[in-house]
Design a protein around this ligand. Structure first.
Ligand SMILES: *[C@@H]1O[C@H](CO)[C@@H](O)[C@H](O)[C@H]1NC(C)=O
Ligand SMILES: *[C@@H]1O[C@H](CO)[C@@H](O)[C@H](O)[C@H]1NC(C)=O
Length: 343
């Protein structure tokens, strides 16, 4: 399968010919320095995240998230999972100040999902984007309490396959690259995170939040899922996040001919440190029902309850960390006490 960078027309073609997996938007739930997967209990965590999903989100999260949540910013009304990524910032090349880059809904969104605010688009694919292959490759839902991460803020060089950037120009997502684009992207910077799909069948988590999963992802694309290894024999849904970061309002503040790429993650690090976190929280067997069927493709899923994004957008959590994350800032990273200091 080639790069999935569809125009609306192309996407329609995919849908007619295929039935494989869920794809749906989730609006931003909150942006805070919290990280219940990698830094449980830390209030605040080391760097700022953009979080979507259910309102059980908190500094510490144990047990069945879906039991505690009462609303979700996701279009799938039974999905109280949380999904989060590092926040993107613009670091002004003239004076070194930081400004938050906002996410905007991935386009195109289908089937009444318009109205998402910020956030990201989630995929749960069974095999690849064109078939589910369920007979050969049944898919097991994640158990309550399950969490995992992909990528790491400390990685340098090249990110793991499946973690990528694209420069959106005139509605076209452009080539998949493994670092921040070096040109201006008039449609924003698009990022993708593919999670590993093979589970050890035992552990809800592991010390590095990754060892309980085996990563079969070998390219930046929605590849066909190969067999899982005997160490991690359980085939799970292939989870993917897509995000459009709206870099356009910073376009006249830098000059690609003179300045290096001015976009950074909240942990600074490098582009290779792009990472994402997943905390499972579907209600009961809702995800298993979806994964057992061939009927789910994109948001056209008969047996799964959906909600209007106008309803999803009402879901919030409290501001646990209570610090400034907007406006012009010095040093938005690491430094516990200077975080969010206004210019
Ligand atoms: C967040 O977690 C703390 C500590 O476990 C708990 O006391 C508090 O009620 C939770 N808050 C919300 C809004 O869930
Ligand atoms: C740095 O530049 C930005 C963008 O031009 C501006 O908003 C900000 O006020 C400047 N900050 C300082 C401290 O000079």
């Amino acid at each position: 399968m080639k790069s999935f960078t569809p125009s609306l027309g192309l996407l329609a073609t995919y849908i007619v010919g295929t039935q494989a997996g869920l794809r749906f938007p989730c609006s931003t739930l909150t942006s805070q320095r919290l990280d219940p997967a990698a830094q449980p209990g830390a209030l605040p965590s080391a760097h700022l995240h953009m979080i979507v999903g259910g309102n059980a989100f908190n500094a510490t999260m144990e047990g069945d998230v879906a039991e505690r949540a009462t609303c979700t910013t996701c279009q799938m009304a039974e999905d109280f999972s949380n999904y989060w990524v590092a926040h993107m910032f613009f670091k002004d090349p003239k004076n070194g100040t930081y400004h938050r880059v906002m996410p905007q809904p991935v386009q195109p969104l289908l089937g009444g999902s318009q109205g998402a605010q910020g956030g990201l688009t989630i995929y749960y694919t069974q095999f690849d984007l064109s078939k589910d292959n369920l007979k050969q490759n049944p898919v097991k839902s994640f158990p309550p309490g399950f969490r995992m991460t992909v990528g790491s803020p400390t990685v340098t060089g090249k990110p793991h396959a499946g973690l990528s950037y694209q420069c959106i120009q005139g509605g076209n997502r452009g080539a998949l690259i493994s670092t921040f684009p070096t040109t201006k992207c008039n449609g924003g910077i698009f990022t993708t995170h593919h999670f590993p799909p093979c589970w050890d069948g035992k552990n809800l988590d592991s010390p590095d939040h990754q060892a309980h999963m085996f990563n079969t992802v070998k390219s930046e694309y929605f590849d066909a899922a190969p067999a899982c290894p005997s160490s991690h024999p359980v085939r799970m849904p292939q989870v993917t996040f897509e995000i459009t970061w709206d870099t356009t309002k910073f376009a006249n503040l830098w000059d690609p001919a003179k300045d290096a790429n001015p976009f950074v993650w909240s942990f600074e690090g490098t582009a290779a440190g792009t990472h994402a976190d997943y905390m499972f929280g579907w209600k009961g067997d809702a995800l298993q029902r979806a994964m057992d069927k061939s009927e789910c493709f994109y948001d056209g899923c008969g047996s799964i309850k959906k909600q209007a994004m106008s309803e999803a957008n009402k879901c919030t959590v409290k501001d646990f960390v209570r610090e400034n994350i907007d406006g012009c800032m010095f040093a938005p990273t690491f430094h516990l006490f200077s975080y969010g200091v206004l210019c």
